[in-house]
Structures are given as structure tokens and as C-alpha cells.
Design a protein around this ligand. Structure first.
Ligand code: MG
Ligand code: ZN
Length: 356
């Protein structure tokens, strides 16, 4: 009799505990890392050079993202970034807009509207296509001045990258740095200045135009990513941070495999910091993917631990093949199998409980 009573109590308690357990499967924070041009071969080249190991291998779920745009079989970074950020297939060259030129809210903007802190850290100008897709709405990715001005229209807490001239030496003579200061942004022009800022809003304009490539860029991307997380995590409601390894793409446009490996390992080190944070906190979803593949790279022979390998590129442009997706943390199980590149936004909105 007693045994039955205890067993029933046990069952009843399970009923109460299980919703709590499943509720823990939603993330408070999302760190979304994009390796521009990073196909599976780009990842593997880095892995081989690094002695058959990468930090991103710690991701527990993997899948593939289909990258075609509304206008082209092979996407550019404008349409590719817009699909990831805004959940719509658009025309190549467009930023944060549907094909009929209507602005679409990005996941970063939706997060901000719901009171989460938001940030962007990139290894290129902040006006370049990938970061632009998360904060701007313009018909053409080359509209750098307009894209820079859009940073003042989104309530973004932290942005760190290059492209200072588009904020300060503009055709319309506006000085966006002065405007950012009136909006309580702290300005940083060096990595040391970035590291010194621990709270509040931060605009890090570290280079006049594009960031230098590796190895000249040093630890800018991993260090700025950790600095951004340190600031964003103060918000009890959580944060959304987008980080881009921007120049994997550029190395592959140049068909330069050794340079690709340097950029890949820099990006992977950054991914490692995001995964460390996610593991430590237990409430952070990390997603690692690409906007498209660049170069049609293949790896024909190599030796683990040696950056020199036998590679072949089939194009100086992008290719149309799907790109890998890696995920870790609460909600990571939603990012498996073949996915459209437009599927991330809705999944993240649901996981972060952002209503339309
Ligand atoms: Mg990019
Ligand atoms: Zn490219």
C-alpha cells in the first residue's frame, strides 16, 4: 500500500518537473557566428592544418543550409546574409529587404525590440554585406554611407569592426560619431579601448576601411568577441550577438588556400570562445554557419598538422552548394538536417520567445 502511494507521488512529481526540465531547453542568449564563404572544405582545410582538430567540433548538432537566393542559383553575401538575418530569400546585392524592396526586420532587430541586448563583431567594415544584413535595409550592398547611417536606426548595444570612414567622412557631411555620442555610445578606435569598456553602449570603429587580413589583424576578432559578450551579458533578459569571420571569403576569391586556413583558424578560435561561454553559462545557444561557399574548394591530399595541402579551386567567385551548420547549447537540436537559409530567424524567434 505504502509502496503504491510513494510510486504515485513519484509519478505526480515527474509531471511537475518535466515541464521545468523542458523549459530549460530554451536559450537566454544566442551567439550566431558566420564564416563568410565557409563551406565544408574550408572548415576541413583548417582542421587538417590544425592537426585534425577544431574548436567547432565541440558543437553537438550539425546540418546543412541551402544558400540559393531569389534571383540566383548562387547567392552573394547580401542575399545570403539577409536570408540568415531576416528569414527571406531576396535578390543578390540587397540588404535586409524582400525582393520587392520592402524592409524586413532582422533577428537582431527583433531581439532588440524585445529588450535583449544586441551586438555585431566583424573582421571587415561594419557596412559590409554580412553585418549590414542584421542592422540595415538598403537596395544595394554598395551603399556604405546609407548602411552606416542605419546603425543609428537600430537600437544595437555593441558593434565592433572596420569602416570608420563611412561614419565620419561622408558625402552628406553628417558625422555619425558625434550622433552616436549623443545616443550614449562610447567610441573605441583601438582594441585596447574596446577592452577597457565594460558596460553600456560601444561603437568600435577600429579601422578606417576594411580590417587587415590575418596575420596582420592579430587577435582582433576573438578579443572583440569576448569583449562584446562581457558587455552584453549584463542584460538579465539575454542577448543576441552576431560574429563574422569575414575574410574566409576573400581568401577563397583569391584562390589562396593558405590564407583561407589563417582566416579559418582565427574564426575557429572565436567560435571556441563562444563555446566556452555557452558551456560555462548553460543558457547560451551557439550557431556556426556560412552565407555560401566561395571558390569551389576541394582538398585532394594533405597531412595532419601541415597547412600545405593539395587543393583545387573551381571558381574565383561563389559556388551554389549547401554549407554546414553547427550548433551547441539549449535549442541546438533544432538545427539539423537540410535547412533553408531562411529558416534560422523563425527558429530563433521561437526559441527566444520573440513575438512578431
Ligand atoms: Mg561577409
Ligand atoms: Zn564573396
Amino acid at each position: 500500500m505504502k509502496k503504491t502511494l510513494f510510486f504515485s507521488l513519484f509519478l505526480v512529481s515527474l509531471l511537475f518537473i518535466s515541464p521545468i526540465l523542458s523549459a530549460q531547453k530554451t536559450p537566454k542568449n544566442v551567439i550566431f557566428l558566420i564564416g563568410d564563404g565557409m563551406g565544408l572544405a574550408q572548415v576541413y582545410a583548417g582542421m587538417v592544418a590544425n592537426g585534425n582538430s577544431l574548436a567547432l567540433e565541440r558543437c553537438t548538432y550539425t546540418g546543412f543550409s541551402k544558400t540559393y537566393s531569389s534571383s540566383n542559383f548562387t547567392t552573394d553575401s547580401g542575399a545570403g546574409g539577409t536570408a540568415l538575418a531576416c528569414g527571406v530569400k531576396t535578390k543578390n546585392g540587397m540588404i535586409g529587404m524582400s525582393p520587392d524592396s520592402v524592409a524586413v526586420e532582422s533577428i537582431l532587430q527583433a531581439s532588440s525590440r524585445h529588450g535583449l541586448s544586441t551586438g555585431v563583431v566583424v573582421a571587415c567594415a561594419l557596412t559590409h554585406a554580412t553585418p549590414a544584413s542584421f542592422v540595415a535595409h538598403q537596395v544595394n550592398r554598395d551603399m556604405n554611407d546609407e548602411i552606416a547611417a542605419d546603425y543609428l536606426k537600430t537600437d544595437i548595444d555593441v558593434f565592433i569592426g572596420g569602416g570608420r570612414k563611412y561614419f565620419e567622412k561622408r558625402v552628406d557631411a553628417r558625422n555619425l560619431t558625434e550622433e552616436l555620442k549623443t545616443k550614449n555610445y562610447q567610441m573605441a578606435y583601438t582594441l585596447d579601448e574596446v577592452k577597457a569598456i565594460k558596460t553600456g553602449k560601444l561603437a568600435g570603429l577600429l579601422y578606417d576601411d576594411q580590417n587587415p587580413s590575418m596575420p596582420e589583424r592579430g587577435a582582433m576578432l576573438p578579443v572583440a568577441t569576448v569583449a562584446a559578450i562581457d558587455i552584453l551579458e549584463h542584460n538579465g533578459k539575454g542577448f543576441f550577438l552576431m560574429v563574422e569571420g569575414s575574410q574566409i571569403d576573400w581568401a577563397c576569391h583569391d584562390n589562396n588556400a593558405e590564407q583561407e586556413i589563417l582566416e579559418m583558424l582565427d574564426f575557429d578560435q572565436t567560435v571556441g570562445h563562444a563555446l566556452d561561454y555557452a558551456k560555462k553559462t548553460g543558457n547560451t545557444l551557439v550557431i556556426v554557419t556560412a552565407d555560401h561557399e566561395t571558390g569551389g574548394l576541394s582538398i585532394l591530399d594533405g597531412k595532419f598538422g601541415d597547412p600545405k595541402m593539395k587543393t583545387g579551386f573551381s571558381t574565383k567567385s561563389h559556388s551554389g552548394i549547401p554549407v554546414p551548420v553547427f550548433a551547441f547549447g539549449p535549442g541546438a537540436e533544432n538545427f539539423t538536417g537540410f535547412m533553408e537559409n531562411t529558416s534560422f530567424k523563425a527558429k530563433l524567434e521561437k526559441l527566444l520567445k520573440l513575438k512578431k
